[in-house]
Design a protein around this ligand. Structure first.
Ligand SMILES: Nc1ncnc2c1ncn2[C@@H]1O[C@H](COP(=O)(O)OP(=O)(O)OP(=O)(O)O)[C@@H](O)[C@H]1O
Ligand SMILES: [Mg+2]
Length: 199
């Protein structure tokens, strides 16, 4: 069983869509897979996944210790399971992200893969999933701002002792100003000092 945190740094690069597509693909290969929407403040997975019949509970209630993890699992027709976060602000305020490791403990035995869809930037919703995962998958777009932010995430993950399993370059359209795969992967691996002001 492996828990992957799907992370980026910069927002809107395709973390949620990647988690969903990767989760669906793994499920279709017969691997028991669960996605947990850890973006408890700006939850989006629920708007892009079709579940068979939605449970009454979300990750918010699990993190508020109101229900068990199992009570918040939704099933999809293609075999993938998902624990969604709700769009409720009150639910967000009552959720304690630090309970995420307990949530995982309750479900790890049931799955081959768990994908943690994380939040953008540096917050509990982006950092705690990295803290509790086995490995990190970084999502970038083929442009410098996205890659510089992803590099920061790589440094943070590595400082927590987590390996970055790979970098996914998403939304490549083939236009001239896009960075190539070699550059994207290379920049995300190599020597950002943390002191640069960018550029
Ligand atoms: N490969 C793709 N091709 C076309 N559109 C895409 C692709 N990947 C993502 N998108 C679109 O880009 C937008 C952002 O994607 P998504 O919500 O997955 O990003 P995110 O990194 O999870 O964002 P956030 O930081 O807000 O959580 C969405 O409208 C999504 O449908
Ligand atoms: Mg997202």
């Amino acid at each position: 069983m492996t828990v992957y945190a799907v992370a980026s740094g910069k927002g809107g690069v395709g973390k949620t869509i990647f988690a969903l597509n990767a989760g669906a693909a793994l499920s279709e290969m017969g691997l028991k897979t669960l996605i947990i929407d850890c973006d408890i403040a700006m939850a989006n997975l629920g708007q892009v996944v079709n579940v068979d019949s939605k449970t009454e509970y979300s990750l918010h209630e699990v993190l508020a210790s109101e229900v068990n993890s199992g009570d918040a699992i939704n099933h999809t027709s293609y075999g993938l399971d998902v624990i969604l976060s709700s769009v409720s602000l009150v639910g967000f305020l009552e959720a304690d992200m630090e309970k995420l490791s307990e949530v995982l403990k309750d479900v790890v035995e049931r799955y081959d893969f768990i994908l943690l869809d994380t939040a953008t930037g540096l917050s509990q919703e982006s950092l705690i999933p990295i803290m509790v995962c086995d490995e990190v998958i970084l999502i970038v777009n083929a442009e410098f701002p996205s890659i510089v932010d992803a590099q920061k995430m790589r440094l943070i993950a590595e400082s927590m002792g987590k390996r970055v399993r790979g970098v996914v370059i998403n939304r490549v359209s083939g236009i001239k100003r896009e960075l190539g795969a070699k550059k994207c992967g290379g920049i995300a691996r190599a020597g950002y000092s943390g002191r640069s002001s960018g550029g």
